[in-house]
Design a protein. Structure first.
Lengths: 386, 386
């Protein structure tokens, strides 16, 4: 199993804190947003006396309610097309396990969520990266580039939409290109859509599940973690009309018996979250996003991609090695007893040496902290000796 | 992924219920025992407002408290020797992933917990079974039989102690034989000890972690599921002094981010469960065990193994095919509108054709229901046409 460059920085952050330095965390995907009250209350007011196993694939009631949520989002599925999992992580693990054999390949546009690599290694499969560029905000690479990478071992293309770490939102026409390629070569198209709600500038999110003709090839990975700021619940799901995939994933689910029962209570209740909650949360993220981008753009020689979704943005720094720079900010730099931790992007690339001067910034801090964090980043770049 | 014979019976049980037949479930490992109040209350009284990720390996505080629990059980470990997992299932999945490569082998005495096979398949490794016999209550097979199966691909021996499905409790001298073999061939000895507390007849449970000299080779799989009747929590752990194993398992834990936060609250609080709770629960299980055995022994031509631990027992029926018989009891048999569901043992054997006339009975029902269940089994055997 590979270790992520972010994890490698954690001891340096801990050391900085021991020295009394305040560290602003732009490195993590843990939102500071409150979980909906309806979900918290469902757990507080539970009347469980024997904390029993839940049904391996999730209760019929929860899956029925979930399918109503999907139908509201132009995803026409029933409870039979859903397997509840222990987080989006497990959804991906079961999906990869179900559709690949040892030595198979999946194609993923990079930069990509670092754990995609970990789950692939755990399943004995090979990630074939396809580079996307900060110069067009990490738009879909030319479809010919995908096609050139397809071998007889290729089983799927995996995208994250909106993207972690890029914040890129694929357009419908980009998704249609992927669909046509998947159908032509009989590949699965897997989309991690856990940030579905977090889109800005009035742009609409399109799910791969709403693409006509892709029914047998489309697999959606989902999770309550970001949607309801419930990262600690560990509830997600696999959504697909492909019955063979759902059948195999069910066997994986049965082998691990059950998802966590308290978290299932919270997740089912979370479906009752009022729209006003999302309106407020999305407004907050959007304000942070705009603030962050405008502050970052003030820094000389820094290139920033404008995210259309999720709560991350990628920036290219005027340094050779962002891993070393990020470590230096924790080890050697501080201003008025404060510093900032960012995620070096090297962990999001699987092509050796790619993204060495890039970082990912998560806008999961309040606006005041964001402004100060970017100021610290600016000062650090000015003082960085390399 | 293989499908268990128990799962195959579920639709027949559902059909029986639809016909209005009451089904006594002797087939499952879900106890009817109440979860300790201290654990339930910790969740009811939680003050979480943002349901955040927990630390991937579990909080230091929880692991410190857990290590105190282990020390009380003659297992001398610290928080550094523990990785918290999402159930015992995940503990085993991470352990197998950490110590094996594709195509490696692990030796398991059979009958064994069916999901060991599923987790092995998921990790691309081969289960090499070694047969144990109902005639000596499934005691450890001769150690030469283990040794004869060791190849250069063998990475570990896996035992369940006390055993599911056998109820067998390994003696200290049996464990020492396994230790010597593991050391001689540099194998891991993995023990699933989730039923540690459930031992009867005044016999003591010995952990493989308390065997001198095995420190680098011993890995314990544990879980709160059975101990505190918290199967739905999905919290377990890996315990080992082997730092390389713990380091690799940590990477698996980081890839899936976190165990479920509410369940962690409950599990940490459960460590405060008073001894009186266990005394009462063990007394209850012991009474059921003795009652079940004496009732079963009244049935002609039925052979029953006497369990010393856990809450299962194995029985050999005077039928050719227990899978068919179990299905027949659900499909065709009832007495006064009642029938019984048992677990055919074929799913606990990996040697084709083994255990065909055996079943596993879980004594997770109250005494009255147990008596009636065995009566139903007796009547069914009398009426079974095959």
């Amino acid at each position: 199993m590979p270790e992520s460059p972010i994890r490698k920085l954690v001891p340096y952050a801990e050391e900085a804190k021991k020295r009394g330095v305040k560290v602003f965390h732009l490195n993590i995907g843990q939102p500071d947003i409150a979980t909906p009250k309806v979900a918290l209350d469902a757990v507080k007011n539970n009347d469980i006396s024997v904390l029993s196993y839940a049904r391996s694939e999730g209760s019929e009631e929860y899956r029925k309610k979930l399918s109503a949520y999907y139908r509201k989002n132009d995803i026409d599925v029933t409870e039979k097309d859903i397997i509840i999992t222990t987080g989006g992580s497990e959804a991906l693990l079961f999906t990869l396990g179900s559709i690949t054999d040892f030595g198979d390949e999946i194609i993923i546009p990079e930069p990509f969520y670092a754990n995609y690599n970990g789950f692939s290694v755990a399943n004995g499969i090979k990630v074939v990266p396809i580079v996307s560029s900060i110069d067009n905000d990490f738009a879909l690479p030319p479809i010919e580039n995908f096609e050139a990478l397809i071998t007889e071992k290729t089983k799927a293309i995996l995208i994250c939409n909106p993207g972690n770490p890029t914040g890129y939102l694929y357009s419908k026409s980009e998704l249609i290109k992927l669909k046509e390629l998947a159908l032509k070569h009989n590949l699965f198209l897997i989309a991690d859509e856990v940030y579905r709600e977090f889109v800005y500038d009035g742009v609409k999110h399109h799910s791969i599940m709403s693409l006509d003709g892709l029914e047998e090839n489309a697999i959606v990975i989902d999770s309550v973690s970001k949607r309801y700021s419930m990262c600690g619940a560990r509830i997600g799901c696999i959504v697909s009309k492909n019955k063979a995939l759902i059948g195999t994933a069910l066997k994986y689910a049965q082998a691990r018996l059950s998802s966590p029962s308290y978290a299932l209570l919270a997740s089912e209740a979370a479906l009752e979250t009022p729209q006003s909650y999302f309106d407020k949360v999305i407004e907050e993220y959007d304000e942070r996003r705009q603030l962050l981008i405008s502050e970052l753009e003030k820094i000389d020689n820094l290139k920033v991609s404008k995210p259309k979704g999720a709560f991350y943005c990628m920036a290219e720094l005027p340094v050779k090695d962002a891993d070393k720079f990020a470590q230096w900010m924790l080890e050697k730099f501080s201003d008025k007893g404060e510093t900032v931790m960012v995620a070096p992007a090297s962990g999001f690339y699987s092509t050796e040496g790619s993204g060495k001067n890039q970082i990912r910034i998560a806008y999961v801090l309040n606006k005041e902290s964001l402004i100060r964090s970017v100021e610290l980043l600016k000062l650090a770049l000015e003082q960085y000796p390399d």
